[in-house]
Design a protein around this ligand. Structure first.
Ligand SMILES: NC(=O)c1ccc[n+]([C@@H]2O[C@H](COP(=O)([O-])OP(=O)(O)OC[C@H]3O[C@@H](n4cnc5c(N)ncnc54)[C@H](O)[C@@H]3O)[C@@H](O)[C@H]2O)c1
Length: 442
């Protein structure tokens, strides 16, 4: 225990030195906050105080480590307040973490620059805003020398992916742990299946199918008095600069498993998509279905479908066919011509949302550098973005071309009265991509 404490102090110190490029005495006051750490408390800042942010902060505080939530940041005060109320609720079903919440009024930050101030006060940062902001926030967290838990997806456009990849490199140099909330990597059944697939139980993967088909998610209707920026931020799911379409926001989980089990990333994609029922103005610009073929360098084609349409067949799962067998992730089994080769025992299943925090905070407390998830997070996000570009345009989208396009769909300024990259017409409808008309490359 004593050794652990000692090594964490050194690790924290070392990370800060690398981060700031400084040679400094221990406990020297520093904007990054590390040198103030005269005790072993791991200080956490939460950036993005919505549903997942509240859950992730709760899970961080339910780890065995000596952690404290010291700062919170959100674009909106009401969101920050409801997260604070949930995290200090002694009767919360998830657990009572009130004693670990130490966020005075002065450490509650609101607005577009709130993240910088909250990050400065912490050792570990939880980034859980809508994904459009992730590259900006991740870059800043790494610049300030902080360990990171960030939710998927990690961007909404190729320019954002490039920023995350650059910051991921920087994080490696600074030995900053980064966990991305692609929690299947932290789920026991997936880990056991992957081990066997990697060891050759199904041979070479030659085809496969991944799905995220269900009803869809919440809608926040426009309210009188909202600026266009506020409306889009409140109803973020339906605007690509914030969300990246549901192929990015949800289906990324399955696309990520596809890349993970295949052991590679696709070289090109093409597919079909549209919005058949999601036609109202409240649905902004995103589609309600996409079907994409992902082609890998060895010629393998893996298929992806995602749909948000009520009353249709619902399935969220992955299945891969190999030369010697088939793996079905949802059923957690491996078979060959109907004969069971392996069946995962469900009684050993864990809560992967908790495990990702348990493992991250244990590593930080021990002074270990163990997690570098950002590069894979960026590449799985690019897989989803490529799929969107393919369905929106009806063209073949190549990995290298998409990545190097530098395409940005983000606003150029962040302010409540900012000029927006997408605007409604006189009737409140937004432009929607049309295959054959929408083009990314000439
Ligand atoms: N891994 C998973 O299974 C899982 C599950 C749910 C959500 N998520 C991910 O978590 C992220 C958040 O989703 P959510 O469901 O919590 O959404 P949410 O709308 O409940 O929360 C997002 C919060 O971020 C705030 N925000 C927006 N822009 C901000 C900015 N620039 N600075 C600070 N705060 C800002 C919003 O006001 C809101 O409070 C998304 O990327 C989503 O894909 C992952």
């Amino acid at each position: 225990m004593k050794e652990d404490k000692q090594s964490r102090r050194e690790f924290v110190k070392q990370s800060s030195l690398l981060a700031g490029g400084l040679v400094a005495a221990p406990f020297l006051s520093h904007a990054g906050g590390y040198f103030n750490s005269v005790d072993d408390t791991i200080k956490i800042a939460l950036v993005g105080c919505g549903g997942r942010g509240t859950g992730a902060a709760m899970q961080a505080m339910l780890t065995k480590q000596n952690v404290k939530l010291v700062a919170m940041a959100d674009a909106f005060r009401d969101r920050l307040d409801s997260a604070y109320a949930a995290l200090t609720d002694e009767n919360s079903e998830e657990g009572n973490v009130k004693a670990k919440v130490a966020v005075p009024e002065a450490n509650k930050f609101v607005g577009f620059d709130a993240y910088q101030k909250a990050i400065a006060l912490a050792d570990v940062v939880i980034l859980t805003t809508p994904p459009g902001f992730r590259p900006i926030h991740f870059e800043e967290a790494i610049r300030q020398g902080k360990h990171v838990f960030m939710e998927k997806p990690v961007a909404t456009d190729p320019a954002g992916i490039q920023r995350v990849l650059r910051a991921a490199e920087e994080a490696k140099k600074k030995k900053l742990n980064v966990v991305v909330g692609l929690q299947r990597h932290y789920q026991n059944s997936y880990r056991e299946l992957f081990k066997r697939v990697k060891d050759g139980m199904i041979g070479e993967i030659t085809s496969g199918q991944v799905w995220w088909n269900n009803d869809g998610v919440w809608v926040n209707m426009r309210k009188p008095g909202q600026t266009e920026m506020e409306y889009q931020m409140r109803n973020w799911y339906y605007f690509n600069w914030l969300c990246g379409d549901h192929i990015n926001e949800q289906h990324i989980h399955n696309l990520d498993v596809m890349n993970w089990f295949k052991g590679d990333y696709p070289v090109k994609a093409f597919g079909l998509g549209g919005r058949q029922v999601r036609t109202g103005k409240e649905y902004g610009e995103i589609y309600d279905h996409h079907y994409v073929e992902y082609h890998y360098a060895d010629g393998t084609i893996l298929n992806s479908q995602c749909r948000h349409i009520k009353g249709t067949y619902a399935i969220v799962d992955e299945m891969f066919v190999g030369t010697k067998g088939v793996v079905k992730c949802g059923a957690a089994e491996i078979t060959n011509k109907g004969k069971a080769l392996y069946k995962y025992d469900r009684k050993n299943e864990n809560n992967p949302y908790q495990t990702e925090h348990d493992e991250l905070f244990a590593a930080i407390a021990k002074g270990e550098y163990k997690f570098a998830d950002a590069e894979n997070g960026a590449k799985s996000t690019l897989t989803a973005i490529m799929g969107r570009m393919a369905t929106y345009s009806g063209q073949v989208i190549e990995w290298d071309k998409a990545l190097n396009s530098g395409l940005s769909i983000m606003p150029t300024t962040f302010a409540w009265d900012a000029d927006m990259p997408v605007k409604p017409d006189a009737n409140g409808f937004y432009p929607v991509a049309t295959p054959g008309v929408t083009r990314y490359f000439s």
